[in-house]
Write a protein that binds this ligand. Structure first.
Ligand code: NAP
Length: 293
């Protein structure tokens, strides 16, 4: 393997250390950042994410609460809970873990959050603010984490051709918007690919920085990567593996063994983008506490 590893665990830890001091300072002024995470149902992956988020907030000295609702909860009941959290001055950030059960409309639920408490950055007001470059917006945690990881590893996207595989509202589009900004740490030339893109490899091979958020295990192979380029693998996929203790293992959207031979730098899965997502959620919650009226 020749690629340098972009270590999200180490960078995420450094960010959380910085935030610990900020949380203490806010606490001393009587404003302990409060984060409420709402989980509906028992999706195993969501359970893991919610646990990790609550643990990270606890460790920073935040006031963290995880509210679990049964899978059959009516949408109206969830909306009523969000209204209560919206009105609670001790709650600065609210996160509704996705996906939601089928009787609920994700759009309706996310729009019910007060934009000032929407630390996931999915409310249309925050999406719009991101697009126009308003820094009071909360940036979606995974895309913001991708940018932060690059910068803290000394990789400046300015003037680089960034190719993104995936155009979801959670990863692909916001990461494109963030890196396209006329702002320090951005100013990239951005190409966004999706399932209707013809000749995908033509674009990926031209990427100075390739960001993959396709949700397809190992869809990007070594021959699709520019020699010496930077590869950020956002994907997290469980694939069956009878030899593994849990019966499965996690792989990214990039075939790591091949990509690491070609790329100049690459994120591992796990331990790349994942820890950055959590760190940025903590950062957004501190921002919410600071900005609270
Ligand atoms: P998603 O909603 O399923 O979107 C996937 C996107 O990739 C879509 O835009 C799709 O195109 C495109 N795509 C799929 N296969 C493709 C292919 N073969 N060629 C080109 N484009 C392709 O997924 P997501 O929510 O963005 O998540 C992406 C991945 O990131 C998943 O593995 C997810 O688990 C992971 N993730 C990780 C974190 C983290 O913290 N590490 C956070 C969020 C998500 P169309 O639009 O044309 O369908």
């Amino acid at each position: 393997m020749s690629a340098r590893i972009l270590d999200g665990n180490a960078v995420g830890r450094a960010i959380r250390e910085e935030l610990r001091a900020e949380v203490a300072e806010l606490g001393a002024r009587g404003r302990v950042p409060g984060l409420s995470v709402v989980l509906v149902g028992e999706n195993p992956a969501s359970e893991v994410y919610v646990r990790m988020k609550g643990k990270a907030a606890d460790e920073l000295g935040m006031r963290a609460a995880t509210i679990r609702l049964p899978v059959e909860t009516a949408e109206a009941e969830l909306l009523a809970l969000l209204d209560r959290l919206n009105a609670d001055a001790a709650v600065h950030g609210i996160l509704v873990q996705l996906p939601l059960p089928k009787q609920m409309k994700t759009d309706t639920v996310l729009r019910r959050l007060r934009p000032e408490k929407d630390v996931d950055g999915f409310h249309p007001i925050n999406v719009g603010k991101l697009v126009i470059g308003d820094r009071t917006a909360y940036r979606p945690c995974t895309p913001a984490g991708v940018q932060e990881l690059l910068l803290r590893c000394g990789i400046d996207p300015r003037g680089q051709h960034v190719v993104i595989v995936g155009r979801s509202l959670i990863v692909g589009r916001p990461v494109a918007n963030i890196l396209l900004q006329d702002a320090p740490g951005a100013n990239a030339t951005v190409t966004v690919c999706h399932t209707k893109t013809q000749h995908l490899a033509r674009f990926t091979r031209d990427a100075d920085i390739l960001i993959v958020a396709a949700g397809r295990p190992e869809v990007i192979t070594g021959d699709m990567i520019r020699p010496g380029g930077v590869v950020v693998d956002v994907g997290v996929n469980r694939v069956d593996d009878p030899a593994a203790e849990k019966g499965y293992r996690l792989v990214g959207d990039v075939k790591f063994s091949e990509a690491a031979e070609v790329a100049g730098a690459i994120t591992p899965v796990p331990g790349g983008v994942g820890p950055m997502t959590i760190a940025m959620l903590m950062k957004n919650t501190v921002q919410a506490a600071r900005q609270a009226a």
